[in-house]
Design a protein around this ligand. Sequence first.
Ligand code: ACO
Length: 397
Amino acid sequence: DVIDVRGLVAQGLFTYDPGFVSTAACESKITYIDGENGVLLHRGYPIEQLAESSDYLELCYLLVRGELPTEEESNTFRKTVSQHTMVHDQMTHFFNGFRRDAHPMAIMCGVVGALSAFYHDKDFSDQEHRDIAMFRLVAKMPTVAAMCYKYTMGQPFIYPKNELNYAENFLHMMFSTPCGDYEIDPVIAKAMDRIFMLHADHEQNASTSTVRLAGSTGANPFACIASGIAALWGPAHGGANEAVLTMLEEIGDVEHIDKFVAKAKDKDDPFRLMGFGHRVYKNFDPRAKVMRETCDEVLQALGLENDPLLKIAKRLEQIALEDEYFIKRKLYPNVDFYSGIILRAVGIPVSMFTVIFAMSRTIGWFSHWNEMASENYRIGRPRQLYTGHSKRDYPKK
Ligand code: ACO
């Protein structure tokens, strides 16, 4: 008494594609990925070149507008972002409603959703209002992220300092206190900017697709971004950088690695090596290559080359590149494998890792939402393969 596939013929033909492995849901001009060859292009520019020569705010401009800015456009863009960094003072009440031990992603998801209550009266069907929403989001996300951290630490919120650049300002709001300003190391500020860049967009991943789907109903963009944050949180997606560190700590010593690798290969064991594998990349993730270099720079600058967790990470990386199981399945270290190590070295607590990913990805989510909102679009409505009961009568009483 189960409707089988034949029952669907009457409803018209459609594809059954669990996990959307081979179904395109939209057209997009923003980001191109060739997973087989490890290629990632934003508006045509390779991520390696952008990471080398550009910075996060310029990349934001490129993702949203489609072209690199002129010097004047770049200056205006940066200035406008710096004018929107403060959040409404009433936002602090939202923070105060959360338990101090709440996960910062839970706080961020709620607070960003609440931004829709502050910016709800605009007609987002015109580009001008969409632009203002973009400036607000890009500018306020580091402030909100740092507030999530300060709140869970029981420390007062630190106001943005607009003369600092984007990454410096974030570090300032995270680590300065009313007792003294955090001394910003340029190597760390640059590494943070790279982390933001490398996480800025990655076409139709789970969180971006969620934002598009929510946006396709005409929902408020701040609420759509909150839905992206929720989707990003899971350990199979943005939560992986946090899971990598938890796993390295659980392994605890290079001598225990073999046991964990054996667990990862055991099909009866749900354990997976966090930070390895990717749905699209079946080659080295180009972002992971840049992140690996940045990781070495940061650890050298901080004198942490002999860090025990790093030793475990390096050994795992080596095993994955040499082991038949990983080679056969094309499982390479992904971007989150290295970003977690950098963030830990910088002194950012593990629970903030995914928050930083969300903050960086906001421009990607926004760009996709904006691209969709600029064109004619239909509400997203996936189909299903029904495998439940066929029609039956409610028992007579
Ligand atoms: N450790 C051990 N085995 C793995 C791993 C892993 N990390 N990842 C995949 N495999 C194995 C699977 O067991 C499967 O083996 P089988 O063919 O013998 O059954 C094979 O590799 C293919 O795996 P799938 O689950 O089909 O790959 P999928 O594309 O669905 O999943 C994912 C991709 C979710 C990223 C997966 O590799 C994973 O769970 N990795 C760990 C989590 C992680 O690092 N996520 C971050 C992704 S990057 C990002 O979000 C920025």
